[in-house]
Design a protein around this ligand. Structure first.
Ligand code: UD1
Ligand code: UDP
Length: 379
């Protein structure tokens, strides 16, 4: 029988991580021909993931430029993916999540009348400016999607409340858990010597990441000031901050933390296997990342989310994630409670897994096949 040509489009680190197990599943399944179109909205951070999962994109648009704007990315992705679709002629295009690559990859497919499968569909914060521009990217992508792969029931309900056809929504779990389970190893030894030298037993090590556009400027300064107050007030606290590649974030981090080297470890973004195994070892995670909010609960690590909202309420409800906001006082107070009060810490350090059982990719493949055959009247 004819193979189904599935083209996966992605370009940033989190999309690559969450699409990687799906691409591998497609490659290993004789029913499909897998085509990868990497936009390379990110370069080094994307390449690191491609290498870990041994994915060699058939198409690489190589669009990243330093100081790129959302419009720059959008223009290049729309035109680049359009060209690739015309050449590769896929039966379906898969996009992931909420980036500029996601929306413009989906739009290019729609303009070519190629069906779109949206992986990680239906997350909503209901604030169009936070996360910015991701909330709107995700919503607009949903409007031109044929198959919605929703990680949770909550995500499905969001789509239903917007009038999406129930028959085209599938609750699959999040592929982030498929990826995570493939890389976590209790005996992991870090390649990065700085990490091997850290005393995880006797120190309270906080892992910090921050990159969101809406946190640029004052909110990020508040976050950094809070971190300094935590170090000055707690002798046993150390901070590891793998700095996102965005120069705006790196400059600010150096300005605040260079004086505290030794207590604050400013390091390059870690490759995925190193990062996830580091999450499993630290005391506490503080982040504005989306993906980390999904991974940490599965590892039983308390997470303070450095944002005013989250489109991922499931782990907040389960108790592993706290919305800490972006004000210095609140961040310091919540963190101090977790540092000093064992019961408060234990109550949050529970492994919960609202985001899936690690089998999302298998489900997505079955759904693609079923819909493809149905459309062609082969069943
Ligand atoms: C993008 C996504 C965001 C996602 C985030 C994940 C949009 C609008 N934003 O934000 O949704 O959460 O990725 O990390 O789609 N850079 C490098 N090397 C890299 C990656 C980035 O040097 O490998 C630098 C470049 O100077 C680039 C800048 O970071 O111009 C910003 O990258 P960009 O993709 O525009 O925004 P992010 O903040 O990474
Ligand atoms: N991550 C990584 N190295 C790092 C920081 C994060 O591999 O130094 C991984 C993390 O495990 C998660 C993903 O990157 O899977 C999150 O990406 P990011 O925070 O850039 O984007 P978001 O999830 O907020 O869109």
């Amino acid at each position: 029988m004819k193979k189904i040509k599935v083209m996966s489009v992605f370009g940033t680190r989190p999309e690559a991580i969450k699409m990687a197990p799906l691409v591998k599943a497609l490659e290993n399944d004789g029913r499909f021909e897998s085509i990868v179109c990497a936009t390379a909205q990110h370069r080094e951070m994307l390449d690191s993931v491609l290498e870990i999962f041994d994915i060699k994109p058939q198409y690489d648009l190589n669009i990243m430029a330093h100081g790129q704007t959302i419009v720059d990315i959008s223009n290049k992705v729309l035109k680049g993916v359009d060209d690739v679709i015309k050449k590769a002629e896929p039966h379906i295009v898969l996009v992931h999540g909420d980036t500029s690559t996601t929306l413009n990859g989906a739009l290019a497919a729609f303009y070519n009348k190629v069906p779109v499968g949206h992986v990680e569909a239906g997350l909503r914060s209901y604030d169009m400016y936070s996360p910015f521009p991701e909330e709107v990217n995700r919503k607009l992508t949903g409007a031109i999607t044929n198959l919605h792969f929703a990680p949770t029931k909550t995500n499905e309900n969001n789509l239903l409340s917007e009038g999406v056809n129930k028959e085209k929504i599938y609750v699959t779990g999040n592929t982030v858990i498929d990826a995570l389970l493939s890389v976590i190893n209790e005996n992991h030894i870090f390649e990065d010597e700085t990490l091997n030298d850290i005393d995880f037993e006797n120190k309270k090590v906080i892992l910090l990441t921050t990159h969101r556009r809406e946190n640029w400027g004052e909110p990020m300064e508040n976050i950094f000031k809070a971190m300094i107050e935590l170090i000055e007030g707690n002798e046993d606290v150390e901070i590891i901050f793998p700095m996102h590649k965005n120069p705006a974030i790196r400059e600010l981090a150096h300005k605040y933390f260079d004086k505290y080297i030794g207590r604050v470890h400013l390091i390059e973004p870690l490759e995925y296997v190193e990062f996830t195994n580091l999450m499993a070892k630290v005391y506490l995670i503080m982040t504005d990342s989306g993906g980390i909010q999904e991974e940490a609960p599965a590892l039983g690590k308390p997470v303070m989310v450095l944002r005013t909202e989250t489109e991922r309420p499931e782990a907040v409800e389960a108790g592993t994630v706290k919305l800490a906001g972006i004000e210095k006082e609140a961040i310091v107070n919540i963190a101090n409670e977790l540092i000093k009060n064992k019961d408060a810490y234990k109550a949050m350090a529970q492994a919960t897994n609202p985001y899936g059982d690690g089998k999302a990719c298998g489900r997505i493949l079955e759904i693609i096949e079923e819909n493809f055959r149905l459309e062609r009247g082969q069943r």
